[in-house]
Write a protein that binds this ligand. Structure first.
Ligand SMILES: Nc1ncnc2c1ncn2[C@@H]1O[C@H](COP(=O)(O)OP(=O)(O)OP(=O)(O)O)[C@@H](O)[C@H]1O
Ligand SMILES: [Mg+2]
Length: 260
């Protein structure tokens, strides 16, 4: 059986640096795959290759049977894979509702967009309710806390109605209560017939929510399996030695919406 999303020997080199080095992976329908690894392991680069922000140096990425590697980002979104960013990037001059409207209008092919602007706004409201920002629709992103901006980033990605949602550190930098809220949100996204790959440094979150975990180190996949097995894997423990895997992120991650 073929998986929803597959990577075959995916590599991305920056000059002499093998940021992603011949990585094979797959994501099954309805699955939550955790992607972990020390800083600089190549996790975000792998997301960028999957979602078309950068072309792979070599290898294939196959989504629902179609080779998407090297396609431009908007076409990958239209094909059904949408990401959030480690450094959240809301449109600072648009309201929170309008930010989600943009996700809906640009994230879908013409045939799948709402017919009217009123329809798009109504769908955006539903998504804001879903992520817990229903009462902030008319505010601007700068008025949100980091947790709020992460939720907005999720709502905007969901606007595209992806089959595969790629979450790049949506929990990092949040306090324990906010973390729990985001973890619950990720679980409820799965109920919406979506499959998820989540990059995360907060071990408790990624181990608690993932069906399977894949570990990168220096661009290479060093382990893959159920969370319980991965947390005991000596190669994984060694890769993390000397660094504190949890909460290495600066909670204020420099979004353009700061300080306005
Ligand atoms: N555009 C680029 N040009 C050159 N080198 C890059 C570029 N993007 C990433 N790198 C390098 O590739 C390696 C992997 O970076 P990447 O951001 O994918 O790591 P990561 O696993 O997401 O790390 P973190 O946990 O810190 O977010 C790093 O050594 C990084 O410096
Ligand atoms: Mg990263």
């Amino acid at each position: 059986m073929t998986a929803l999303l597959e990577g075959h020997s995916v590599s991305k080199h920056f000059g002499g640096l093998k940021a992603v080095d011949e990585v094979d992976f797959h994501l099954d329908e309805g699955e939550i795959l955790g992607l972990i690894g020390p800083n600089g392991a190549g996790k975000t680069t792998l997301f960028s290759v999957i979602t078309g922000s950068i072309p792979p140096t070599s290898g294939r990425v196959v989504l629902e049977g179609k080779d998407i590697a090297g396609r431009p980002a908007h076409r990958v979104v239209h094909s059904g894979a949408c990401r959030t960013h480690q450094i959240v990037r809301p449109f600072a001059r648009l309201t929170i509702l309008e930010n989600v409207v943009v996700g809906i209008l640009y994230g879908r092919t013409a045939g799948h967009r709402p017919k009217t602007m009123g329809g798009a706004r109504s769908e955006a409201r539903d998504l804001l309710d879903f992520v817990g920002l229903g009462d902030r629709a008319a505010s601007f992103p700068a008025e949100l806390t980091l947790a709020g901006r992460k939720k907005l980033e999720v709502a905007r990605a969901l606007g595209a109605r992806p089959r595969v949602l790629l979450l790049d550190e949506v929990v990092s930098g949040l306090n324990p209560v906010e973390t729990q809220t985001l973890v619950e949100l990720i679980r409820s996204v799965r109920q919406r017939d979506m499959s998820i790959i989540m990059i995360e440094h907060v071990m408790q979150a990624v181990m608690g929510v993932s069906d399977r975990v894949m570990v990168l180190d220096y661009g290479k996949k060093i382990a893959e399996g159920p969370p319980g097995q991965i947390s005991r894997d000596p190669r994984v423990i060694e890769a993390y030695l000397g660094e504190e895997p949890e909460e290495t992120e600066n909670p204020d991650d420099g979004t353009e919406s700061q300080g306005a």
